[in-house]
Design a protein around this ligand. Structure first.
Ligand SMILES: Nc1ncnc2c1ncn2[C@@H]1O[C@H](COP(=O)(O)OP(=O)(O)OP(=O)(O)O)[C@@H](O)[C@H]1O
Length: 259
């Protein structure tokens, strides 16, 4: 649906150039994009087009070379944003519970309360019973659920996710997509979600920003018409799904093989 909520993240003419002794790479060029309150926005584009770079700029992990990015922070008691990366970025030397507690302690939450919050989010991610396990003793899917629990536990106003399901096998990926749909339905965070998968973007996103080949620009933004709460099997079987998937694929193909 076209967004009706106020703008949460405003990206204006954003450019990013990486310079090194070997030369420079223009990763992003004149990106203009609005992300709205409570919106699930997917970023899709050819490999190397700058999706991760854009997400890292949003997270404050990279500085723009030009242009601006403005992210509204409404509630100082909540974190502005939290990031989930592809590679299960959990601390192997901490237990699963301590992984989730850690950022809460950093923000000043007392340990007893942090434990309660951690256990709540671990239960939401179906990890009850594994609180005292170490990440390396559980599966990749579970590690990624720990990373998601840790990100959600700080109640971020915006959740930034960089291909969080890409390293999982196909079946596990479908299950975690369903989990993310449920979590979004319950919490309605603003989410920016990088993916290579058109199907995943259509299933999860309210809108899909398709990027051009490097230097990345926003080639087009597609409204996803499916009502929420969403039922993945029904959506995948719908004619709209097939038509949109074709439309997006043809758009991406133009980026991959310019005329
Ligand atoms: N720290 C860096 N130093 C130099 N170049 C970089 C750096 N980070 C990214 N790049 C380059 O910027 C471009 C965009 O990279 P980025 O990882 O953002 O793309 P992407 O769309 O996320 O790629 P993929 O889909 O393959 O993950 C690439 O050419 C990459 O090599």
């Amino acid at each position: 649906m076209p967004p009706t909520q106020p703008v949460k993240i405003a990206v204006r003419k954003l450019g990013k150039v990486f310079s090194s002794g070997a030369g420079s790479v223009r990763a992003l060029d004149e990106i203009v994009l609005d992300v709205h309150d409570g919106e699930f926005l997917c970023l899709l584009g050819p490999s190397g087009c700058g999706k991760t770079t854009l997400l890292r700029v949003m997270a404050g992990l990279e500085r723009p070379s030009s242009g601006t990015i403005d992210m509204r922070h409404d509630d100082p008691s909540r974190s502005l944003s939290a990031v989930v990366f592809q590679d299960y970025s959990v601390f192997p030397w901490k237990t699963i519970r301590e992984n989730v507690i850690f950022p809460l302690l950093q923000t000043g939450v007392r340990r007893a309360r942090a434990k309660e919050i951690a256990d709540h989010w671990l239960a939401q991610l179906d990890l009850s019973g594994f609180e005292n396990a170490y990440p390396d003793t559980v599966s990749g899917g579970m590690k990624q659920r720990v990373a998601i629990a840790r990100a959600l536990a700080v109640e971020p106003e915006t959740l930034l996710m960089d291909e969080p399901l890409a390293a999982l096998d196909a079946q596990l990926r479908l299950l975690l997509q369903e989990k993310l749909l449920d979590l979004w339905q319950a919490n309605q965070n603003t989410v920016v979600f990088v993916t290579h998968s058109i199907d995943e973007a259509l299933l999860l996103g309210d809108r899909i920003a398709v990027m051009s080949a490097r230097p990345g620009r926003i080639a087009t933004v597609i409204d996803v018409p499916f009502d929420r709460p969403r039922h993945p099997d029904e959506i995948r079987a719908s004619p709209d799904f097939a038509a949109l998937r074709d439309e997006i694929w043809h758009r991406l193909r133009r980026e991959l093989q310019p005329a």
